[in-house]
Design a protein around this ligand. Structure first.
Ligand code: TRP
Length: 442
């Protein structure tokens, strides 16, 4: 066994974590969930959830990773609490669950990227989505996206991830900024900003049962929490690094890119006369494609937009798959490339229902948001807050000069954060069970 890899530079860890965090969750899911959950109100609840729940939970994952320097399942054994391994195993399961449909959406993005190059959607942007989103075409592109992910994971990501994301993340930021400037010139800009940024709290009171679980779920999803990714990535971090600072940078960057995506998408939605309250998964594809088909330089803009989303989606899918594959490599004699192909094949099959019919995609997504992610984060918080407790604080404070934050963090994790996640889970379960969302759409 060679010595365990560490990130070559501090920035290496930061960009890899940001690359995992920034993905379809920020650029596609966030604007569309914001739109279908009341606009700016959702943004407010989401921001509170990110800072109040997401950041403390992110730090909890960092503590487990850096303290044990092990993969997410063995980490708990190394800490002397083998039973809590279930957190790592559950995380790997959620990873499978999420990548299966994530890859289908990634396939759509790839298809739109090609459509921008060839001009394929320019004649009938409204019909394009319906033609490619389900059925054999969707399956083909789901397969291509999965193949790309498998290829990178099979090659071994240690130096790959770090090198690739160092280019990808700044690229995403620059291109999103450029697109936001362009969107500001669209006729729907004022209406879009107002919908996105002016909260109407009455919708919150009327729909808390939906808004809160989705906003908290979104915070977990977009920060890649509950799936042991951040445990894995932080296991390569040195003890001279302040986890507070790095966690803060990751959260700020991730939120910034989500908000930027909103500043791109909402003006375009309004300019295209799409009512955001009826927005569904496809609206963003349809609206963006429609806009690109009408403006000068639309092909180039389309390539940039869908290219950015594709890169962001790939870097996230890679991190999702890496957790599964890195655990499997540690526990079997089968080679990494073979394991990657095997995992990819299983995931491809699991994604078939979602590629066949978007009702399945929605079902997978809803269960992930309302049930699996909060449950997984809750278990982790209970473990770190109540079982590791002072050991966790000690680890968190290594490399940091803000010692007073340690106990504040611990008590927040133990009380407020745990209660908030329990409440979220309860609200989510209520709509799942009463609303019948738990029933698969056979
Ligand atoms: N964070 C990514 C996004 O916003 C998706 C993602 C990557 C993810 N890893 C994850 C979601 C782990 C949940 C758990 O698109």
């Amino acid at each position: 066994m060679s010595e365990r890899a560490t990130w070559a530079t501090r920035v290496g860890f930061l960009v890899a974590a940001i690359g995992s965090a920034v993905g379809l969750g920020n650029i596609w899911q966030f604007p569309f969930k914001t739109a279908s959950n009341g606009g700016a109100v959702f943004l407010v609840v989401y921001l509170v959830a990110v800072v109040g729940i997401g950041l403390p939970a992110l730090l909890a994952e960092f503590v487990v990773g850096r303290k044990t320097k092990a993969n997410a399942v063995d980490a708990f054994r190394k800490l002397g609490h083998p039973r809590w391994r279930v957190i790592g195993a559950f995380g790997a399961f959620i990873g499978f669950w999420i990548v299966s449909y994530y890859s289908v959406v990634g396939g759509w993005v790839g298809r739109y990227f090609i459509g921008s190059v060839t001009g394929g959607y320019f004649d009938a942007p409204g019909q394009y989505f319906g033609a490619i989103a389900t059925g054999p075409e969707a399956i083909l592109f789901h397969g291509l996206f999965m193949t790309a992910t498998v290829t990178v994971v099979a090659l071994g990501v240690n130096s790959g991830i770090e090198r690739a994301t160092k280019v990808m993340v700044p690229g995403i930021v620059v291109m999103m900024l450029g697109l936001a400037v362009w969107a500001a010139t669209q006729s729907g800009a004022a209406a879009g900003y107002s919908y996105f940024l002016n909260p109407d709290f009455s919708t919150l009171l009327a729909n808390a049962g939906d808004v809160v679980p989705f906003a908290v779920g979104q915070a977990f999803f977009t920060l890649s929490l509950g799936m042991a990714i951040m445990i894995t990535y932080s296991s390569y971090v040195g003890e001279d690094t302040s986890l507070f600072v790095d966690g803060g940078v990751i959260v700020v960057m991730n939120t910034l890119i989500g908000v930027l995506a909103g500043l791109v998408v909402f003006p375009v939605l309004f300019a295209n006369g799409i009512d955001p309250n009826t927005t569904k998964a496809e609206a963003i594809f349809v609206a963006m494609a429609n806009a690109f088909s009408q403006v000068p330089g639309g092909r180039l803009l389309g390539m940039v937009f869908f290219g950015v989303v594709l890169i962001a989606a790939l870097s996230s899918a890679i991190s999702l798959m890496e957790v599964v594959v890195s655990y499997a490599t540690d526990h079997s004699t089968v080679s990494r490339p073979r394991l990657a192909v095997l995992t990819g094949t299983v995931l491809f099959v699991m994604g078939l229902p979602s590629a066949w019919d978007t009702a399945w995609l929605g079902w997978f997504d809803t269960l992930a948001y309302k049930l699996f992610l909060p449950l997984s984060v809750l278990l982790l918080l209970l473990f770190v807050g109540w079982v590791l407790a002072d050991e966790a604080v000690e680890q968190l404070l290594l490399g940091s000069d803000t010692g007073w934050l340690g106990p504040v963090w611990l008590w927040t994790v133990r009380t407020v954060v745990v209660l908030a996640v329990v409440a979220t889970l309860a609200l989510g379960l209520e709509t799942l069970l009463l609303g019948g969302d738990i029933v698969p759409p056979v």
